[in-house]
Design a binder for this molecule. Structure first.
Ligand SMILES: [Zn+2]
Length: 137
């Protein structure tokens, strides 16, 4: 069944950039007990986009809003002290922009914003201002 997509939510994994997708998925399943992945799409440092879940299904990115969201994340977003940092590679930036443009064509009314731009979120995710960066997408 088609979902009513109101947001394209941008995330970082808040891990080191060398963290593998399988390690992230294992954390969701074993540590957090999640049945669904945290994001529909995840972008590796080399720019490769990996789809973790069909868009028709609900992922686990923003508590309370997931039924209305497509969640997309890049691997990274923290420095070696776990402090928020925008360490997107040029390849990740390019893939993120390309995918958001594609999704915006399909869901023209969806608003692009970061995880931190949702109400009552006390995280820095995605470690940059997605509203500002993608205001013209
Ligand atoms: Zn997030």
């Amino acid at each position: 069944m088609a979902r009513n997509i109101k947001y394209l939510a941008v995330h970082c994994t808040a891990t080191s950039q060398t963290t593998s997708i399988s390690a992230i998925q294992s954390y969701w399943q074993k540590q957090l007990g999640w049945k669904m992945p945290g994001y529909h799409f995840i972008i590796k440092p080399d720019g490769e986009l990996v789809q973790l879940l069909p868009i028709e299904q609900v992922s686990n990115g923003v508590q309370g809003f997931n039924s209305q969201i497509i969640n997309i994340s890049y691997i990274g977003g923290v420095d070696q002290n776990n402090k928020p940092v925008d360490n997107r590679t040029p390849a990740q930036k390019a893939t993120l922009l390309k995918k958001l443009k594609e999704l915006k064509v399909k869901y023209p009314l969806a608003k692009i914003q970061g995880h931190r731009d949702f109400p009552n979120v006390h995280k820095a995710c995605p470690s940059f201002d997605a509203i500002k960066e993608y205001k013209d997408v």
